[in-house]
Design a protein around this ligand. Structure first.
Ligand code: XLS
Ligand code: CA
Ligand code: CA
Length: 441
């Protein structure tokens, strides 16, 4: 049975194509900086937003019309797997990602939930044999069910800590079974609403213990995926413990976990934290902690996690700049943790959404590579910091001075000459590079 019968395989047709079911910029075989776009971008489809999501919001029920709507329970779970692999094939994506509850319904007991998972995981494994699409990462949903009302590993209730551990244990086993490249921990409800009922120290220590147990269990079963923490500052709790990369990195170092984790950076979470997407990528990169990316975008006027498909070329360019400078994402990829808008409820919209996301990152890759090849930002930045390349600056960098020497030097200064930061000139140059890529140059 076909779920997307009217849609053919999406092909690259180039910037002038008017075919809505074609890539205009994403050309999987095109080589950029020595690697094909497909190898470099490592796109992934988020199972939850594409196959499970019904597009409901706090003010209205779901609007999504999906060809698998007629099924229920385990039949629905199976239909979604069939639809998913048809979608992956038609879109030509190399990866997908899921939470446990996206692929199989929860049972009345943990045992029953695990049995449901076993059936669907076996089915997915079977489909993966004939598909080029692999598992970028999996995770477990330890936040939706009422048992997680006060958190999971940071819950006040020890039974919930145990239940959450059992679910992650199963998640790690599933990751191993399906050959996942990474395993993600997003905070979910790991945070708090108010300090007047919260033991923050115990919650943080418990989170640290939980992650160590996960590391130990992965080692025990020989699951060698890269572990990833996905920071988010708020939502659902008002204070999430993994606020951003900087606070997440401090947490990992404090609990001696920094060697086992990297970060999965989501664009919308970065902006919720009051940062740019590229800030989070840079912070992770310069600390050797950039693992993977949740490729989406927030709405500039809304203060919550809208998870829109990425279309802002300026941002995708700056993001790809960081990723190229990182030497790629290694085992990570660009997962479209993004959902179509509530008004875009047809199955066709799922294709349009992924096409705009893939094309936007392809443009970002091309423009960023060109900027790097031409040393546009590098030369300017090197010149801007040139005072550290010689004299007192070089002595500072090489650790040859102390406050006494710096004071003696400063006392002899009469005039400090600054140069312009040339922000507007650099933005104009960026626009030039972006428009040249649009013209196919
Ligand atoms: C929610 C998160 C979540 C993680 C995986 O805001 O983005 O979907 O990516 O649990
Ligand atoms: Ca995410
Ligand atoms: Ca999100």
């Amino acid at each position: 049975m076909s779920y997307f019968q009217s849609i053919e395989k999406i092909k690259y047709e180039g910037p002038s194509s008017r075919n809505p079911y074609a890539f205009k910029f994403y050309n999987p075989e095109e080589k950029i900086g020595g690697r094909t776009m497909e190898e470099f971008l490592r796109f992934g489809v988020a199972y939850w937003h594409t196959f499970t999501e019904d597009l409901s919001d706090p003010f209205g029920i779901g609007t999504a019309i999906r060809p698998w709507d007629k099924f229920n329970g385990m039949d629905l779970a199976k239909a979604r797997v069939e639809a998913a692999f048809e979608f992956f094939e038609k879109l030509g994506v190399p990866y997908f990602c899921f939470h446990d509850v996206d692929i199989a319904p929860e049972g009345r007991t943990l045992r029953e939930s695990n049995q449901n998972l076993d059936i669907i995981v076996a089915m997915i494994k079977d489909y993966m044999k004939d598909s080029k699409t692999k598992l970028l990462w999996n995770t477990v949903n330890n936040f939706s069910h009422p048992r997680f009302v006060h958190g999971a590993a940071s819950s006040n209730h020890a039974d919930v800590f145990a239940y959450a551990a059992a679910k992650v244990k199963k998640g790690l086993e599933i990751g191993k079974e399906l050959g996942a490249e990474n395993y993600v921990f997003w905070g979910g409800r790991e945070g708090y609403e108010t300090l007047i009922n919260t033991d923050m120290k115990l919650e943080l220590d418990n989170l640290g213990r939980f992650f160590h147990m996960a590391v130990d269990y992965a080692k025990e079963i020989g699951f060698d995926a890269q572990f990833l923490i996905e920071p988010k500052p708020k939502e659902p709790t008002s204070h999430q413990y993994d606020f951003d990369v900087a606070s997440g990195y401090a947490f990992l170092q404090h609990y001696d976990l920094q060697d086992y984790f990297k970060f999965n950076i989501e664009a919308n979470h970065a902006t919720l934290a009051g940062h740019t997407f590229e800030h989070e990528l840079r912070y992770a990169r310069v600390n050797g902690m950039l693992g993977s990316v949740d490729a989406n975008q927030g709405h500039p006027l809304l203060g919550w996690d809208t998870d829109e498909f990425p279309s802002d070329l300026y941002t995708t360019t700056l993001a790809m700049y960081e990723i190229i400078k990182n030497g790629g994402l290694g085992r990570g990829g660009l997962n479209f943790d993004a959902k179509v808008r509530r008004g875009s409820f047809t199955p066709e919209d799922l294709f349009h959404a992924h096409i705009v996301g893939m094309d936007s990152f392809a443009v970002g890759l091309k423009v960023a590579q060109k900027l790097i090849d031409d040393h546009v930002l590098e030369d300017f930045i090197a010149e801007r910091y040139s005072s550290f390349h010689e004299g007192i600056g070089l002595d500072i960098v090489e650790g040859k001075v102390d406050f006494h020497k710096l004071e003696a030097y400063a006392l002899g200064l009469t005039d400090i000459k600054h140069t312009s930061g040339r922000l507007e000139l650099l933005k104009a140059t960026m626009n030039q590079y972006l428009l040249r890529a649009y013209a196919g140059e």
